[in-house]
Ligand binder design. Structure first.
Ligand code: AMP
Length: 203
């Protein structure tokens, strides 16, 4: 116990245990959970989908560049997405934990995140992978289409988004599994139940 008395107070400069990535198929509830976790812990939630939607609403250049992709349920090109994430990270202190939500979605993005993290004195500490059966995802996505009027929640586009996820984002899970960073969390249950599971996995 003597260490704790003599140890210098480095709380202000101590790096975090690493950034977190929340992953899972469309409709699994990533956004809702990321928001809750970030809020209760004082982490910064970086949701690439939210940032893109915000640019589209504000009719910025980036917004007009990405609008078609979101409307079709396709991924925004990696270079555009990575540049946007780099700009966001430049404004965040390395001692602040970031919860990435919806990024990285391709192996190229995961590799870029490693390079950016090295450059900026950050690191990925864990990947929280939300899992749910396909029927639950479809029910949720169809419900959200009605509730939030999201242009990318029509049945054809929902199907496309699930397909793109399988093709492009599954390999990202393997990328992090190889490094032993993935923690699987069941996304079946109530919102608070799932938040509690994630909280435990993030510790
Ligand atoms: P989300 O809100 O995470 O479901 O993202 C909504 C849409 O934004 C996706 O279907 C993509 O068109 C786009 N998007 C969000 N994040 C990314 C990303 N990391 N890479 C490419 N496109 C993205």
């Amino acid at each position: 116990m003597t260490e704790s008395v003599s140890a210098p107070d480095t709380s202000g400069i101590r790096s975090t245990d690493g950034d977190l990535i929340i992953m899972g198929p469309p409709g699994v509830g990533k956004g809702t959970q990321a928001k809750a976790l970030a809020q209760e812990n004082g982490w910064v939630q970086l949701s690439t989908g939210e940032v893109f939607r915000d640019h589209i609403r504000r009719q910025t250049d980036l917004g007009s560049r990405v609008k078609g992709y979101l409307e079709r349920g396709e991924y925004v090109p990696d270079d555009v997405t990575i540049r946007m994430v780099r700009a966001k990270l430049e404004d965040i202190s390395p001692s602040t934990r970031v919860l990435f939500d919806g990024f990285p979605r391709t192996v190229a993005q995961a590799e870029a995140l490693d390079r950016l993290s090295d450059e900026m004195g950050r690191q990925v500490g864990a990947v929280l992978l939300l899992d749910a059966p396909r029927e639950a995802l479809l029910a949720r996505l169809n419900g959200r289409a009605t509730a939030e009027h999201r242009a990318d929640d029509t049945p054809e586009i929902i199907a496309n988004r699930l397909e793109v996820y399988e093709e492009q984002t599954r390999p990202v899970i393997s990328y992090y599994e190889d490094r032993g960073l993935v923690k699987r969390v069941s996304a079946v249950g109530s919102v608070p139940e799932i938040t509690a599971r994630l909280r435990e996995a993030a510790e």
